[in-house]
Ligand binder design. Structure first.
Ligand code: ASP
Length: 587
């Protein structure tokens, strides 16, 4: 028998018991005649003691054990003289009688500790060692528990989990597809799903009125901390349901998770905010509402003072940082550098200090006298001691820059308490998004999203102002999920494809099967999908979804451990009748 107990469960009640434990050597210490070893497994750490006086040979054996050796021991549980109240097993130790080395280990390239000395690249290359760390273990356990609670909740609500294929045909969700060549159908390719969108809609046509799936999705896009080429969605769809039904059902899911996983009881409804309000008040469609510091539009107060920068700008907006009038020149310069970073791209920043003594100082007081600046201060709700920061330019870009500045001030002023959660729904997204580069409209969500009925008339005359029946769940400034009420009428769907620039033939070629299905009694339906990795990361308090994925890829889409992607053999290429064109490839 390898073990009678795990390394996380023994305590004083087991004193005197004969036990067998197996695990890894976390660390070993010699103290006079004693050798202490911390033995680790998934469940915890137990202290082993080897006594030179009573069993010199065994103690000498123990001293040879290196870090991460796999061992089995037999011994007696006894009370420790030097208790460690921070450890679950801190009251006891094992007086070891027998020791077996099950496997030796090379010295790990980084320490298997909470605060490890290994950089991310190294930890990715030896991910199986990184996963031995407590933090990673806790994250994977959290992920498992969340998946379990999601299944429990949705099952209770009569949702059933149905798997959909992984080798499909391109679905237009906005990103590039990963493709898989077909050997049996030469010259043809499958695409990996960006989401099961079309399949879940077909399941609604098939009558499975409440579907969900915890499912891998694939998008070939540039990676960031919250993006991976393959990621997991909690994908859901409901028939005979509209926006209200979806929001209520899945607010229920979110509350269930908060309750079961975080022990937080949200009794009131989640706030809802329209896309337009979110942009106007927070400069983003995923506002972090754990703190206020809302944006105020100032254009009307800035006109007519010959300050060209503001006069020429489409938009002028400000945030008010409470109690920051004392910011030094250096601090303000740093903030200006922050907003000028290429990722944010602002040209500059104007400030107004409303000092404690009631005086006003500003970087633009050459153009604006005190009375004018008082109007700004009034509009922003600033009080004595506050600092108002202003930016101007093209509307959306400036709002987005203000959003970044707001988040930065939130960080500087410690406005966010650890363990605080602020969920909300963002609703009424625009149906289309104009793309300057290609000069055409794209679906803001995806082409199956229905316009709000009262806006359908605007589809031809003013497409940019058509609102969609689409919604996002946002927690702490992270977009956790999004969905929409779908189009279930083939004519409206046809019109949508037309607006998105598909010819009749293209639409038929790509979505003929969906249009066909819609002719066989498609029920009204709506759905949502949640980014499971992001949700787990937010609950884990982590900024990167890599921390909650067992085997993630790095920012270049590489798995450093198995070294993929990799080239394939000449025979494989030949079988697929593929040729690599390496012109321009400098490898
Ligand atoms: N398929 C959508 C997405 O992946 C979500 C949905 O509309 O249900 O974003």
């Amino acid at each position: 028998m390898y073990r009678t107990h795990t390394c996380g469960e023994l305590n004083l009640r087991h004193s005197g018991n004969e036990v067998t434990l197996s695990g890894w050597v976390q660390r070993s210490r010699d103290h006079g005649g004693m050798t202490f070893i911390d033995l680790r497994d998934r469940y915890g750490i137990t202290q082993l003691v080897f006594d030179m006086e009573t069993n010199g040979e065994l103690c000498r054996e123990a001293r040879k054990l290196g870090r991460e050796f796999v061992i089995r021991v037999e011994g007696t549980v006894r009370e420790r003289s030097n208790k460690n109240p921070k450890m679950a097993t801190g009251d006891i130790e094992i007086d070891v009688r027998m020791l077996w080395v099950l496997n030796a280990s090379l010295l790990p390239p980084f320490t298997i500790e909470d605060e490890t000395d290994g950089g991310e690249e190294l930890r990715m290359k030896f991910r199986y060692l990184d996963l031995r760390r407590n933090k990673m273990k806790k994250n994977l356990e959290l992920r498992h528990r969340m998946a379990g609670e999601i299944r429990k909740y949705l099952d209770k609500q009569s949702f059933i989990e149905i798997e959909t294929p992984v080798m499909i045909k391109s679905t237009p969700e906005g990103a590039r597809d990963f493709v898989v060549p077909s050997r049996m159908n030469q010259g043809e390719f499958y695409a990996l799903p960006q989401s099961p969108q079309i399949f879940k809609q077909l399941l609604m046509v098939a009558g499975y009125d409440r579907y969900f799936q915890i499912v891998k999705c694939f998008r070939d896009e540039d990676l960031r901390a919250d993006r991976q080429p393959e990621f997991t969605q909690v994908d859901c769809e409901m028939s005979f349901a509209g926006q209200e039904d979806v929001l209520n059902t899945f607010e229920g899911l979110a509350k269930h998770l908060f309750q079961e996983i975080k022990n937080i009881d949200f009794n009131g409804p989640f706030p809802r905010i329209t896309f337009k309000d979110a942009m106007d008040r927070y400069g983003t469609d995923k506002p972090d509402i754990r703190f206020r510091m809302e944006i105020t539009e100032l254009k009307e107060f800035t006109r007519g003072h010959n300050f060209q920068v503001f006069d020429d700008a489409e938009y002028v907006g400000a945030i008010c940082a409470e109690n920051c009038a004392g910011y030094t020149r250096k601090q303000i310069d740093k903030l200006t550098d922050f907003v000028k970073r290429p990722q944010i791209g602002a040209k500059g920043m104007v400030w107004v200090k409303y000092n404690e003594d009631g005086t006003i100082k500003s970087s633009v007081d050459k153009f604006y006298d005190e009375a004018a600046l008082h109007k700004w201060i009034g509009a922003c709700g600033a009080r004595q001691g506050d600092l108002v920061l202003i930016m101007a330019g093209e509307r959306i870009a400036t709002q987005e820059a203000l959003s970044e500045l707001r988040l930065e001030m939130g960080r500087q002023l410690d406005l966010v308490m650890e363990g605080d959660f602020a969920p909300l729904w963002v609703v009424d997204f625009p149906l289309f998004e104009w793309d300057q580069e290609t000069g055409r409209f794209y679906a803001k969500h995806h082409p199956f999203t229905s316009p709000r009925p009262e806006d359908i008339a605007l589809l031809d005359s003013d497409p940019a102002s058509v609102r969609a029946n689409a919604y996002d769940l946002v927690i702490n400034g992270v977009e956790i999920g999004g969905g929409s009420v779908r189009i279930h009428n083939k004519d409206l769907q046809g019109k949508m494809f037309e607006k998105l620039g598909f010819t009749h033939e293209q639409a038929k070629e790509q979505f003929g099967f969906l249009m066909e299905a819609f002719r066989y009694g498609a029920p009204p339906h709506a759905g949502v999908a949640f980014g499971f990795d992001r949700w787990v990361a937010v609950f884990a308090g982590s900024d990167s979804i890599r921390d909650v994925i067992a085997f993630p890829k790095n920012n270049s889409g590489r798995d450093l451990m198995i070294d993929s992607p990799s080239s394939i053999s000449h025979e494989q290429l030949q079988e697929l009748r593929l040729k690599i064109d390496d012109t321009g490839n400098d490898k």
